[in-house]
Design a binder for this molecule. Structure first.
Ligand SMILES: [Fe+2]
Length: 206
């Protein structure tokens, strides 16, 4: 009998190469952005701060977003897409800075999405990816001796400062509770991918 591992879920990881050089200017930028937009938004954030999703307009962060777009161009090669262009359509910052902070499970709406860890103290909340190929109500979940690639319900990833995760926007994910009051600061983003020749009108920045 032959086992056919017929589907797979891609997640790309990279480390932003200029992190040490740009860390302080990124921190200053997102702190200012939070100060200018104190109300934030209510999305998956439980008690934490979720900024308006217009962070892509901040010039100090453009080197990061440029790198993210380069990652996306490589990612779509792995996905074997038709020739295309990638556009970073939205970005926002999350501050999970008390022990009540977490992010409930959700998906995003574009083609690719991701997160960059600007500040991630130990035990401030692992990033959790749920296996989209497994239904947790399946009775087999109760029979697993040791989880493997077919039976793992979730992957828990310890955030590393300076690292970037990129994944298909359909992938359900969440953030575990912060175990202390130290700041966990992450920048999330969405990317649209359009076939070459297809154009879009950029959204007005507020
Ligand atoms: Fe998310």
């Amino acid at each position: 009998m032959e086992l056919l591992p017929i589907f797979s879920t891609p997640v790309w990881m990279s480390v932003y190469p200029d992190f040490e050089e740009h860390k302080n200017s990124f921190l200053t930028c997102v702190r200012n952005f939070k100060e200018q937009n104190p109300q934030g938004e209510n999305k998956s954030n439980i008690t934490g701060y979720h900024s308006p999703e217009t962070l892509q307009g901040e010039a100090e962060l453009h080197p990061l977003f440029q790198y993210v777009c380069e990652m996306a161009l490589q990612a779509v090669q792995d996905l074997n897409f038709v020739p295309n262009n990638v556009f970073l359509t939205s970005a926002w910052v999350n501050f999970n800075d008390t022990r009540e902070c977490m992010n409930s499970e959700h998906i995003h709406g574009e083609i690719l999405s991701g997160v960059f860890y600007l500040k991630a103290p130990p035990e401030s909340g692992k990033f959790v990816i749920s296996n989209p190929g497994l239904n947790r109500l399946w009775g087999g979940c109760n029979l697993i001796k040791e989880k493997n690639q077919f039976t793992g319900e979730m992957m828990r990833i310890e955030p590393e400062e300076g690292s970037i995760l990129l994944f298909p926007s359909y992938l359900p994910h969440s953030v575990e509770t912060n175990h202390h009051d130290d700041e966990r600061i992450s920048i999330s983003f969405n990317l649209m991918v359009l076939p070459e020749g297809q154009v879009t009108i950029p959204q007005q920045q507020s």
